[in-house]
Design a protein around this ligand. Structure first.
Ligand SMILES: Cc1cn([C@H]2C[C@H](O)[C@@H](COP(=O)(O)OP(=O)(O)O[C@H]3O[C@H](C)C(=O)[C@H](O)[C@H]3O)O2)c(=O)[nH]c1=O
Length: 185
């Protein structure tokens, strides 16, 4: 398993060793000990799966506080542009994002640590799988508008299909202002 750092603390791309032969291929898609040796010490408690047609953006989402989730994300069919945004106020890369293409041919994955917003754009129809380090908690859900002008994320698709919920998420500036107020309260 190859670990590729992204320049944002805790956000790493993972490339498993793939064994190919005339039947097809095999790879270990999850090993707790290998992740621990890569510095990913969180314990995973929930698996999620979604299917999205080409031209969809889901995100930018996160759970806040004690329900913040680390996510080990990959696609088993298709190709996505996966995006993570650093929302950790103490981080030197606060407000920065990284984008990584995940596809079902290279079987690469991305570990998004707690404290980051996450989203993806489907470059092809895609089945998206992810392991989470905390259970779903609707009350703690937060989000930032996918096309926020300050974050300036290049999703590589035009006029994506997005959910009604995602269309009305706050901008990054609104989220920062709201969280600054909350932390003063
Ligand atoms: C995330 C989640 C959702 N749900 C229910 C809530 C809704 O009734 C339905 C669809 O939820 P939502 O529209 O929030 O699904 P996505 O837009 O794919 O959201 C996810 O996609 C982005 C990219 C993420 O990183 C998050 O993991 C997650 O927010 O599933 C559950 O029952 N359990 C869950 O863990």
């Amino acid at each position: 398993m190859e670990i590729i750092k992204t320049g944002i603390k805790g956000l790493v791309e993972i490339k498993p060793k793939v064994f190919g032969d005339e039947r097809g291929c095999f790879f270990e898609s999850f090993r707790e000990d290998a992740l621990k040796s890569a510095g990913i010490s969180e314990h995973f408690v929930q698996d999620n799966q979604s299917f999205s047609r080409k031209g969809v953006v889901r995100g930018l989402h996160f759970q806040q506080g004690e329900h913040a989730q680390g996510k080990l994300v990959r696609v088993t069919e298709g190709k996505v542009l996966d995006v993570a945004v650093d929302l950790r106020p103490e981080s030197p890369t606060f407000g920065q994002h990284r984008s990584v293409v995940l596809d079902s041919k290279s079987h690469n994955m991305l570990y998004v640590p707690p404290g980051m917003a996450h989203g993806f754009a489907t470059l092809e129809d895609a089945v998206f799988l992810y392991k989470c380090t905390a259970y779903y908690n609707k009350e703690s859900e937060g989000g930032i508008l996918w096309n926020d002008q300050d974050l300036c994320i290049d999703w590589r698709i035009e006029n994506p299909v997005i959910s009604e919920k995602d269309a009305v998420l706050p901008t990054f500036a609104q989220w920062v202002a709201n969280n600054t107020q909350n932390s003063r309260a």
